[in-house]
Ligand binder design. Structure first.
Ligand code: HEM
Length: 137
């Protein structure tokens, strides 16, 4: 992965961190708007969804930080992907999650979501999701 891609993603994610709970909320509303069929895969209570949102943001933060050391990140993503099979996640869902993620960043970052930042995130999510899909299916 290009060093500038990693820097763009890491720097823009710093701006998301202070609004992580709101970002998680935006993310799930976008995700369920894109594909309502995904809703039953997740816990139904609001409290559990908050916990879920925290886990997602924490994992995303770890992944973004880990981009500087991709060799250490790969096995973490592979294990995560295998657990997702038990959550009934299918390969095609990764594209939907990617679209919800980019939409969330666009909304959360506003003007800071430049075309360069968008491309960098699309690259990074593309690499992460292909590592995960390859490991799990
Ligand atoms: C880069 C991609 C993704 C990341 C970083 C991520 C992160 C996480 C994390 C950290 C958890 C907590 C449980 C665990 O660690 O095993 C989790 C659970 C879950 N994820 Fe993901 N995920 C990703 C992709 C997806 C996709 C594509 C779907 C498809 C809809 C999905 C649906 C779920 C579901 C249903 C759960 C379990 C919820 C529950 O029953 O508590 N995730 N995810």
């Amino acid at each position: 992965m290009e060093a500038t891609t990693v820097t763009l993603v890491q720097e823009s994610f710093e701006k998301v961190k202070p609004i992580a709970p709101q970002a998680a909320e935006i993310f799930y509303s976008k995700l369920f708007e894109l594909d309502p069929n995904l809703k039953p895969l997740f816990p139904s209570s609001e409290e559990a969804m908050k916990t879920q949102g925290n886990k997602l943001m924490t994992m995303l933060a770890a992944a973004v930080a880990g981009l500087s050391n991709i060799d250490a990140l790969v096995p973490v993503l592979q294990d995560l992907a295998k657990r997702h099979v038990d959550y009934k996640v299918e390969p095609s869902h990764y594209d939907t999650v990617g679209a919800a993620l980019l939409g969330t960043l666009e909304e959360g970052l506003g003007e800071a979501f430049t075309p360069e930042v968008k491309t960098a995130w699309a690259d990074v999510y593309g690499v992460m999701s292909s590592v995960m899909i390859e490991a799990a299916y």
